[in-house]
Design a protein around this ligand. Structure first.
Ligand SMILES: [Zn+2]
Length: 402
């Protein structure tokens, strides 16, 4: 029970998040600076900052400059740049272990093989080795390392630190990754496990555009995920399947089996493999024209999205196909959870306005939805950048929630 006069827990968390949001990116700030940016009272801000100091997120600096009226000098604060987190995540065909400060600054990175190229045991061993290298190379004592976030694909039970169903089939299921890494490291530090797409969507955790809203975040790369956020927070559910909407069935007659075991999954219908199949089925002359600017290695979907901006034609037709599939998926999302906002990350964040309008028109084909406003925003950032920011936000959230 909260003591009398204390704020209820959810309001406290909301205020904490808003205060964190206002101080993120600022080198030095005062209570008044935060009060100016938020509608939170100075007393509540002061209490929150005391908690943040206790938790090691914020440190007190020297007294600020005197006001022109000669008033009392305000206390200055800053984010604690002497505490660190490490994120370990697959990105661009390898695994990156990145050391970051609480202020979001990247200090150092080491890389090793992509998880799918390793056994589970070797992955844990390499992860531990990377943590040791990063700490030693940068002279970070154990007490200054707040925690480690290990990101991978599949169904992850974050609370228990277990990979329930790994996206790497040869690893098997129910892997106690947090415990295994902790044992391998022999360090008393917090270790969290999270799904890659949830880490990406967590980069929006403290963003003002998602506050007070229900947001559906689509991320597409090798797979496709749609993760639901409430007020910036990943919605927790009994079976940890939030994020798995890439496996909604959009065509029960489709022949290709998905990694999940079903057929006709959203992610299969707009996979690179599927688009290549469509490109390769075209008459040779048309295909040559379509691929005349293709570099031979990039994501074919990204290429088509860029081509469609230059000229219509075949690239336009294939983009219309992809927009129609995404439109069907978004229509189901609207019917199921009615989000205030869609955010697109990954490959399709480079789509044209025309592409987005096409998605909206497909959603509105349903008569019940024909006049609804649909807000779709694109967030075009590199995966590695999203993972770093998302990991840091997960760490800060877990400190706040403790
Ligand atoms: Zn599937």
């Amino acid at each position: 029970m909260d003591r009398i006069g204390a704020l209820p827990k959810d309001i406290k968390q909301k205020n904490d998040a808003e205060i964190l949001r206002s101080i993120a990116g600022q080198r030095v700030f005062t209570v008044q600076d935060i009060a100016n940016q938020t509608k939170i009272s100075r007393l509540t801000i002061t209490r929150a900052l005391e908690r943040f100091i206790e938790k090691g997120i914020v440190i007190q600096g020297g007294k600020g400059s005197s006001t022109s009226l000669g008033g009392k000098k305000p206390q200055e604060y800053s984010l604690n740049d002497g505490r660190y987190g490490i994120s370990i995540a697959p990105s661009g065909g390898e695994t990156l272990a990145c050391l970051m400060s609480f202020t979001g600054e990247e200090i150092d990175t080491v890389s090793f093989m992509f998880p799918a190229a390793l056994t589970y045991e070797a992955f844990i061993e390499k992860s531990a080795e990377s943590v040791r290298i990063l700490m030693k190379r940068n002279g970070i004592p154990q007490e200054d390392l707040y925690g480690i976030i290990l990101c991978t694909g599949g169904i992850i039970d974050r609370k228990s630190g277990i990979f329930r169903t790994s996206s790497i089939p040869q690893w098997g299921n129910d892997l106690h990754a947090a415990e295994d890494l902790s044992r391998m490291l022999g360090l008393d530090t917090r270790i969290e496990i999270e799904n890659v797409s949830k880490v990406c969507s967590s980069m929006l955790r403290f963003s003002s555009e998602v506050q007070g809203k229900r947001t559906a975040v689509m991320y597409a790369d090798f797979g496709v995920s749609i993760t639901i956020l409430e007020d910036g927070k990943t919605l927790e559910s009994t079976n940890d399947v939030n994020g798995e909407l890439g496996h909604m069935c959009l065509d029960p007659h489709d022949e290709e089996a998905c990694v999940c075991g079903s057929k006709g999954c959203f992610e299969v219908l707009i996979s690179q493999k599927r688009i290549w199949k469509m490109v390769n089925a075209m008459p040779e002359k048309e295909r040559e024209v379509l691929l005349k600017n293709y570099d031979g290695k990039g994501d074919i979907r990204r290429y088509l999205l860029e081509e469609e901006k230059r000229e219509d034609g075949k690239a336009g037709e294939l983009c219309t196909y992809m927009a129609d599939i995404i439109g069907m998926a978004f229509r189901n999302v609207v019917l199921a959870i009615d989000p205030d906002l869609f955010v697109i990350q990954g490959v399709f964040s480079y789509a044209s306005d025309r592409f987005l309008e096409r998605i909206k028109s497909v959603v509105r084909e349903n008569k019940y939805l024909k006049d609804i406003p649909i807000d779709i925003r694109e967030e075009s950032r590199e995966l590695s950048e999203m993972l770093k920011k998302g990991s840091m936000n997960i760490m800060l959230s877990s400190i706040l929630e403790k």
